[in-house]
Design a binder for this molecule. Sequence first.
Ligand SMILES: Cc1cc2nc3c(=O)[nH]c(=O)nc-3n(C[C@H](O)[C@H](O)[C@H](O)COP(=O)(O)OP(=O)(O)OC[C@H]3O[C@@H](n4cnc5c(N)ncnc54)[C@H](O)[C@@H]3O)c2cc1C
Length: 547
Amino acid sequence: MNTLPRFDAGDVFNQSPPYENIDLFSSDLPLQEAVQANGGGGEASALAAFGRQWGTTEMFSLARRANENTPKLYTFDPKGFRRDIVEFHPAYHDLMRTSIAGGLHASTWTPAGTRAPPPAEVLRSSRYYMAAQIESGHLCPITMTRAALAALAANPALLAQVAPKVVSTSYDPVFRPWWEKQGITLGMGMTEKQGGTDVRANISTATASGDFYAIDGHKWFLSAPMCDAFLVLAQAPGGLTCFFVPRFRPDGSVNALRLQRLKDKLGNRSNASSEVEFAGAYALRVGDEGAGVRTIIQMVQLTRLDCALASAGFMRMALVQAVHHSRYRSVFQRHLYDQPMMRAVLADLALEVEGAVALVMRLSRAFDQAATDPREAAYARLVTPAAKYWICKTAPGFICEAMECLGGNGYVEESVLPRLYREAPVNAIWEGSGNVMCLDVLRALRRDAEAADLFGEMARKAAPLLGGDAAFVEGRSEVESEAAARITVGKLAVLAAAEALGASAPPAIVEAFGRTRIVHQHGTLYGAERMDAKAAGSLLQRALPEV
Ligand SMILES: Cc1cc2nc3c(=O)[nH]c(=O)nc-3n(C[C@H](O)[C@H](O)[C@H](O)COP(=O)(O)OP(=O)(O)OC[C@H]3O[C@@H](n4cnc5c(N)ncnc54)[C@H](O)[C@@H]3O)c2cc1C
């Protein structure tokens, strides 16, 4: 007779159920409030439908498969002819198709290439924030496509041809000329081997040839190389200039973009980032010769907003994975969720996301209104680099803390956390790295009286929290000093977040954020701030209502 105790490995207990089939909008009160406060409340039910669509098990599965099955470069065909194509897994194409159908790539534009009316930015941003929680690699071409029209405005005739293809909600991944397609995607090439920040050091050249230019040279990073065309910087006789470089020449032959290899990246693995050489590539000028930086910066400003949105989305997903797990997992006969120290950590994480989401939605409203309101335009100039700096640099440490809340499970690949953790640093690096963002803020504060005034106003509003001391930000020496720029920009970001929260969240949340982030100048560790039990409970309920 078998006397061994029965052990069935199928009996799983004290584990949380999968966090799937959720409504990413309706389960997220801080997002709903921020959308409402910034003019998007009328679309709540459409946003909830989007949130349900993106929160399904199928979407989580697409995200996993698109990252497990990374893109492959085919440089040549079997006979030695150049192919220069990248193949993606079907899951990547499904993600692209879904994002494009949802308008993430273009809903802020009209078919004429002009800005869609408010609250187009706020609505798109809330959708982008939700999609980024699920999969971010494919959002690279989505972001570049939507941003490119801002630069293409410098060539109105080209914009008129390209914009209707861009705003289409059909995804067409077939490799053929852009003018034959119903929907197209656009990328950008600025970074060369010798410099990404300092694009004026670009050595690729552009030679005029009738009504087009021929580009020779290289780009060290060219992401999403299967985009239908790229905005590329190269040195023309009149200086650094922006060009539209399609994958096909007007005669239908493949343009001379030679894909050399794909980067083997830390994260962002569903997305292909190539090294490319140009061998007399056909190009159309966008803007004047010598105006390259001024032209492409219109695009870059929009991509920076998306970096902040995506990183805020990563933080949101990391937070809810942690809160969800803690509600099911018991340690020492008590749910983690009810352990005082775990609650302190989770509530502090939730407070960080409150500030981040309030800030990105407020910033999106500034993009909505910048064309008609100079103060909103100044806000966008000042706060975009500050938000990108603060949120994108916060995300990796934040996700690490959330991962730890799940213990060993959090470190394992099938949980969403490792992918979020690997993905997070890139948003701080590309589209202007941390220091570069801080230099941008300093430039705005020095040269732009309206931007400097906005900073002072934020400090004055926060003064009651600081015992009446608005001097928190007003030390001129810091604004003058590059070495102290991170101090200045860190302050600006939390002041802007507190101000944004003031317009969307209940007073207790605003007070907790102001006290911990402004008065105490919260460090990089979470759960090391005193927070009363009521505030912690409220933050956790707001983050993810208990069902
Ligand atoms: C996955 C991935 C995909 C990418 N895709 C694209 C793409 O599609 N198209 C494209 O054009 N580029 C792309 N890039 C390139 C990216 O935009 C650049 O890497 C980035 O702009 C930084 O440039 P760099 O790598 O040359 O670094 P550098 O310019 O050498 O900068 C290095 C560091 O120095 C800091 N620094 C620079 N100037 C100063 C200063 N004055 N004071 C203090 N610190 C300073 C920067 O903040 C940075 O931390 C991609 C990068 C990655 C990682």
